[in-house]
Design a protein around this ligand. Structure first.
Ligand code: ACO
Length: 380
C-alpha cells in the first residue's frame, strides 16, 4: 500500500498542547494565550517560566514563592565543574552543557521518578542551574574562577553576574530578560520534540533534557545564532554583505544562517522584537556595525529570495546574534544562552508529555532490497 511520507514530519501534529501556539501566516506567537510581544515588553523571565509551568501568570505572592523555590537551586554540585575542567579548552560549549545535564542526572539519587512532584523538583533545579553551569563553563575554559550565584538575583541578572564577575546594569539585565522571554518556548520544534519523544519512553527528566540539548546544538536549530555571528564576522563590512549572500545562495544547498522557518511564512515576531532591541543597543553604544550589516543582509535576502519567488525571512537567531554581541557575550555561548531560557519550555513539554503519555513510534517506509540470499562469509 502506498504510504504518505511527511519528510521532516512537516504538517504532522503529534498531540494537542496548551503551552503555546504559532500562527505562521500572521507571524504571531502566544504562550498560554498571552502575546509574545506583550510578554517581552512587560514580563520577567521568571514570570514567563511560571506561566509555562502553571498555566497562568503569577501574582506577587506566587512569584515571590517561585523565586524562593528557585534560589537554593542555583548552586551546582562541584563534580560538574570538575568535568568542565577536564575538557579541552576548544570544547564546543554545547558538549559541556549537555554533559552537565547528564551528570546532574547521575548525581541525583531521585532521578528516576516521572510523577508530577519529582518532575517539578528537577525542573526547578535545572531552570536555576542552567544559568549557573553555563556561566561557569564560559569562565572555566577561559581559565577564570567560578563565580558563586547570588540567590537574590533574577536568572537574567545572575547569569550576567556569574559570567562577568560584576553586577550587571539594569539595562543589560532587561535586555537579557527580554532575550530569555523570547527564547523560552516554541511548540514542537526539533529540541522540544526530541525531549518529548525521549520522555515518551518514560525515561527520566535528565535523559529527556540531555536529548533536547543535543538537538538544540545543530546549526539548523539553536546553533544558527552562532552561525549568524560567524558569517557577520567573516563578511566584516556592510559593503561585503551583498556578495556574501549572493555567493552563499549560489552554492548547492547554500543557507544564510538566521533566515527561514518551517512554520513562519512571514517574519518571526521574535525577530522583530530583537531587531528593535539591536537597534536600541546600536544607538546607545555607538557601535552600529553589527546592526547595519544585519539590516543589509535582510535587504539582500529579500531581494534574492524575491528573484526566486520565495519569502525567507529572519528568524529568532538572526538579530539575537547582534544583540548578544553588543552585550559583550562570547560568540560560542550564544546557543548555550538559548538553552538557559529554553529549559523552561522543555520542562513545560515534559509535564505535558508525562501527564498524558503515549510512546512515540513513527514508521519508516522500507525502500531497500528484498529476498536476498545469505552467502557464507568465504563466498562473499
Ligand atoms: N537560506 C537560503 N535559503 C533558504 C533558507 C536559508 N536560511 N531557509 C530556507 N531556504 C529556502 C530553501 O532553499 C528552500 O528552497 P526550495 O523549496 O527551493 O528547496 C525553501 O526556502 C524552504 O526551505 P526548507 O529547508 O525546505 O525549509 P525547512 O522548513 O525544511 O527548514 C530551516 C527550516 C531549517 C530553519 C531552514 O530555513 C534553514 O536551514 N535556515 C537556516 C538555519 C537557521 O537559521 N535555523 C534556525 C531556525 S529557528 C530555530 O530553530 C531557533
Amino acid at each position: 500500500m502506498e504510504q504518505t511520507i511527511y519528510r521532516g514530519l512537516e504538517g504532522v501534529h503529534i498531540d494537542t498542547t496548551t503551552i503555546s501556539r504559532i500562527d505562521g501566516q500572521r507571524g504571531e506567537l502566544i504562550y498560554r494565550g498571552y502575546d509574545i510581544r506583550e510578554l517581552a515588553d512587560k514580563a520577567s523571565f521568571e514570570e514567563v517560566a511560571y506561566l509555562l509551568w502553571h498555566d497562568d501568570l503569577p501574582d506577587r505572592a506566587q512569584l515571590d514563592a517561585f523565586h524562593a523555590e528557585l534560589a537554593p537551586n542555583f548552586t551546582v554540585p562541584e563534580p560538574v565543574f570538575e568535568a568542565f575542567r577536564s575538557m579541552p579548552a576548544a570544547t564546543h560549549p554545547m558538549h559541556a552543557i549537555r554533559t552537565a545535564v547528564s551528570l546532574l542526572g547521575a548525581l541525583d539519587p531521585e532521578a528516576e521518578g516521572v510523577d508530577d512532584a519529582n518532575v517539578h523538583r528537577i525542573g526547578l533545579k535545572l531552570l536555576a542551574q542552567f544559568a549557573t553551569f553555563t556561566a561557569a563553563y564560559a569562565r572555566i575554559r577561559d581559565g577564570k574562577d567560578v563565580i558563586a550565584p547570588d540567590p537574590e538575583l533574577s536568572v537574567a541578572a545572575n547569569f550576567l553576574y556569574m559570567l562577568n564577575g560584576e553586577p550587571p546594569t539594569p539595562a543589560a539585565t532587561r535586555v537579557m530578560d527580554v532575550a530569555l522571554v523570547l527564547h523560552a518556548e516554541h511548540g514542537s520544534n526539533a529540541s522540544a520534540f526530541v525531549g518529548r519523544a525521549t520522555a515518551s519512553t518514560l525515561t527520566d527528566v535528565y535523559s529527556a533534557i540531555t536529548a533536547a540539548v543535543a538537538a538544540l546544538k545543530g546549526p539548523l536549530h539553536g546553533g544558527a545564532n552562532i552561525g549568524v555571528m560567524q558569517a557577520l564576522e567573516e563578511i566584516g563590512s556592510v559593503e561585503a554583505v551583498d556578495g556574501y549572500v549572493v555567493d552563499t545562495l549560489a552554492r548547492p544547498n547554500g543557507r544564510v544562517m538566521g533566515f527561514g522557518h518551517r512554520v513562519y511564512k512571514v517574519v518571526d515576531p521574535r525577530a522583530l522584537i530583537l531587531k528593535d532591541v539591536a537597534k536600541h543597543l546600536a544607538e546607545e553604544s555607538g557601535d552600529s556595525k553589527w546592526f547595519e550589516m544585519s539590516l543589509e543582509m535582510e535587504r539582500v535576502m529579500d531581494r534574492e529570495m524575491a528573484k526566486r519567488g520565495k519569502q525567507v525571512k529572519p528568524n529568532v537567531d538572526f538579530f539575537s546574534a547582534s544583540v548578544y554581541r553588543m552585550l559583550g557575550l562570547p560568540r560560542d555561548m550564544y546557543t548555550p544562552i538559548f538553552a538557559v531560557s529554553r529549559i523552561s519550555g522543555w520542562m513545560a513539554h515534559l509535564y505535558e508529555q508525562y501527564a498524558n503519555n503515549r510512546i512515540m513510534r513513527p514508521r519508516l517506509t522500507y525502500d531497500g532490497p528484498l529476498g536476498r540470499t545469505f552467502r557464507p562469509i568465504e563466498q562473499r
